[in-house]
Design a protein around this ligand. Structure first.
Ligand SMILES: C[S@@+](CC[C@H](N)C(=O)[O-])C[C@H]1O[C@@H](n2cnc3c(N)ncnc32)[C@H](O)[C@@H]1O
Length: 233
C-alpha cells in the first residue's frame, strides 16, 4: 500500500476521531485550560479571530459570541471535523469553518487580531511552517496563542506517544518559543496553565497510569506559548 502523505494521514485519523464521537468530548477536557487563555487574550468586540485545528468548533463558537462585530474562522485538516463544526453552528453569522492545513491557511494576509490553537500544534507535520502561516495571516500587533498538553517539560504526558496513530512532536517550552521567534514573532513568552477541574478517585482510561498521574499531569498544567507580530518599521 502506498504511504499516505502526512496531511492525508492526519485527515483520516481525525475523521475517525470525529466519527467515533470524540470531538464533542474535547470541549469538556480542554475548556478548563482554555478559559484562562481567553481572559489573557483580552478580546474586543471587533476582533477577527482564527482557531487553528478547531475540531468540532466549540471554541470558535465561544469566540464568535465574544466578538459580535468581528469575524471568527475555524480551520481543521479533518473535513469531518469541519462538517460537524458547521452543523453545530447554524446560527452564528460571524463564524465560518474551512478545511485546511495549518501550513496553508486559506485566508488573506494581515487579517486576524488573534490566532489560537488548542491541543493541535504538536500534530502539525511542520510546526514551523504552521507558525509562519499564522504570522502571515495576523495583522500587525496581532497575537498567536498555542495551548499544548503534550510537551517535553511535563513528564506525565510522555506515555501518550505509544497511543498516537500519527507522528507527533514532543517539544519543550523553549523549543516552541524558539519556533515562534524564528517565524518573526516578538515578545515571545510561555507559561503553565494548570487544570483546576476535579479528578476522579479511580482512573480507568489508557492515557494515564492511574489517578495520581492524572492529578500530577493536571497540576503541572498545559503549556501556553504566545507571541506578537511586530509592526513594520
Ligand atoms: C486534539 S484535537 C483538538 C481540537 C480542538 N482544538 C479542541 O480543543 O477540541 C486536534 C485537532 O487538530 C487538527 N489538526 C491536526 N493537524 C492539523 C493541521 N496540520 N492543520 C489543521 N488542523 C490540524 C485535528 O484534525 C484535530 O481536529
Amino acid at each position: 500500500m502506498p504511504e499516505l502523505n502526512p496531511n492525508e494521514a492526519l485527515r483520516e485519523e481525525f475523521n475517525r476521531w470525529a466519527e467515533d464521537g470524540r470531538a464533542e468530548g474535547m470541549e469538556r477536557d480542554h475548556l478548563p485550560i482554555t478559559l484562562p487563555v481567553l481572559e489573557k487574550m483580552r478580546l474586543a468586540p471587533t476582533d477577527n479571530l482564527l482557531d487553528v485545528g478547531c475540531g468540532a468548533g466549540w471554541l470558535a463558537r465561544r469566540l464568535a459570541a465574544a466578538v459580535p462585530e468581528g469575524r471568527v474562522v475555524g480551520i481543521d485538516v479533518s473535513d469531518e471535523m469541519v462538517r460537524r463544526a458547521r452543523r453545530a453552528s447554524p446560527d452564528h453569522e460571524n463564524l465560518l469553518f474551512a478545511a485546511g492545513d495549518a501550513a496553508e491557511i486559506p485566508w488573506d494576509a494581515n487579517f486576524f487580531s488573534h490566532a489560537i490553537s488548542v491541543e493541535s500544534s504538536y500534530y502539525w507535520p511542520d510546526p514551523a511552517a504552521g507558525l509562519r502561516e499564522i504570522f502571515r495571516v495576523l495583522r500587525e500587533d496581532g497575537a498567536a496563542w498555542l495551548l499544548i498538553n503534550y510537551y517535553r517539560d511535563n513528564p506525565h504526558c510522555h506515555q501518550w506517544a505509544q497511543h498516537y496513530a500519527v507522528p507527533t512532536h514532543l517539544l519543550s517550552a523553549d523549543d516552541w518559543a524558539q519556533l515562534f521567534r524564528a517565524s518573526g514573532f516578538r515578545d515571545v513568552a510561555h507559561e503553565r496553565i494548570p487544570d483546576p477541574s476535579p479528578s476522579p478517585d479511580v482512573y480507568t482510561g489508557r492515557w494515564f497510569r492511574d489517578a495520581a498521574q492524572l492529578r500530577a499531569f493536571k497540576s503541572e498544567g498545559a503549556l501556553l506559548v504566545r507571541g506578537y507580530k511586530p509592526a513594520s518599521e
